[in-house]
Unconditional design. Structure first.
Lengths: 112, 119
């Protein structure tokens, strides 16, 4: 199984500052089509997960430009610019390169 | 508007069975792969199973293989998860999610249904 390892954040993050979350995979997430199958989700308290980005850096429909994904191969980053109170929650990376699909353990973002 | 509504959760004793349903609307259900993802209390997300658009292929995490069965009825736009031989570690909120056709990301999620396995 591909293991996804997420980094922690120095919480709380002051409103208006930037925050970056790292995610490392135990195997390359590049598929034979050349695309990298890495997703980021946000789960706000008491809510279902929301897709933020897919293929490493493509923002999902309706997602703010303040969220930007980057990385390649086995190392990825989600950057949140000018954090707001509504960005609080737990962020998960996920690989869909192969089964079983696996998530990182989550990174909590608290806003000050 | 895409909607996914789960039902069928509840309290069940270890070793017993439960069947979850997910009613889909707002899109052509038969065009999409669907998944179940669960979350134990105060824990992270865990993919459980996926079924492709026509039901001809299914995939499971190891811990549920042989106990859980994912299925779908495209005529009813409904996804199912039959859970047999339930264990305490299956206690979780179960989410139904739709896979995007290109990226395979789960871009739509239901509100979740709670399953508690306890005597």
């Amino acid at each position: 199984d591909i293991v996804m390892t997420q980094g922690a954040l120095p919480n709380p993050v002051p409103s208006g500052e930037s925050a970056s979350i790292t995610c490392r995979s135990s195997k390359s997430l590049v598929y034979k089509d050349g695309k990298t199958y890495l997703n980021w989700f946000l789960q706000r308290p008491g809510q279902s997960p929301q897709l933020l980005t897919y293929w490493t850096s493509t923002r999902a429909s309706g997602v703010s430009e303040r969220f930007s994904g980057s990385g390649s191969g086995t190392y990825f980053t989600l950057k949140i610019s000018r954090v707001r109170a509504e960005d609080a929650g737990v962020y998960y990376c996920q690989q869909v390169r192969e089964y079983p699909l696996t998530f990182g353990s989550g990174t909590k973002l608290e806003i000050k | 508007e895409v909607q996914l509504v789960e039902s069928g959760g509840g309290l069940v004793q270890p070793g017993r069975s439960l069947k979850l349903s997910c009613a889909a609307s707002g899109f052509t259900f038969s065009d999409y792969a669907m998944a179940w993802v669960r979350q134990a209390p105060k824990k992270g997300l865990e993919w459980v199973a996926t079924i492709i658009y026509d039901g001809s292929s299914t995939y499971y995490r190891d811990s549920v293989k042989g106990r859980f069965t994912i299925s779908r009825d495209n005529a009813k736009s409904t996804l199912y998860l039959q859970m047999d031989s339930l264990r305490s570690e299956d206690t979780a909120t179960y989410y139904c999610a739709r896979h995007d056709r290109d990226s395979y990301a789960q871009n739509y999620w239901g509100q979740g249904v709670m399953v508690t396995v306890s005597s």
